[in-house]
Design a protein around this ligand. Structure first.
Ligand SMILES: [Zn+2]
Length: 133
């Protein structure tokens, strides 16, 4: 991917998807997402620390073969794990410039929704449609 940074043709530069504009407040959402991620990682850390003293799980081979990273992920509940995934995906969308737009219908996700769920992937309509099917 090439990013011609010094060539700014303001009239023709935006040739991606028509109608797509970067949403404002990106920094706000980025900070929110980063805080969320930090929170989740802290939760994992805490769980690990609590879990560590009682290392009488399985036999030696079992424990040794598990990597730290996998342990971390292992400690997460399904929900936390999914959330962490979503948060990281949202941060990637910020980098790509597609943050704030529904991945399905490309309409803009309402700011209210993003405020509570900055990691929202879909607009409320699409989300509802997915949940029904
Ligand atoms: Zn949508």
């Amino acid at each position: 991917m090439k990013k011609p940074k010094n060539k700014r043709k303001s009239k023709t530069a935006k040739k991606k998807a028509p109608g797509i504009k970067r949403i404002g407040n990106l920094d706000f959402y980025r900070k929110k997402l980063e805080a969320l991620r930090a929170d989740l990682l802290k939760t994992v850390q805490k769980k690990r620390e609590e879990a560590l003293p009682e290392t009488e799980v399985g036999d030696e081979g079992d424990v040794a073969s598990r990597s730290v990273a996998r342990d971390l992920v292992f400690e997460l509940t399904d929900n936390e794990h999914r959330l962490l995934d979503e948060v990281e995906a949202a941060l990637r969308r910020i980098e790509k410039g597609t943050f704030g737009y529904c991945e399905s219908c490309v309409s803009r996700i309402k700011a209210m929704r993003l405020k509570y769920m900055p990691y929202a992937r879909y607009c409320i309509k699409c989300q509802a449609r997915f949940e029904r099917s």
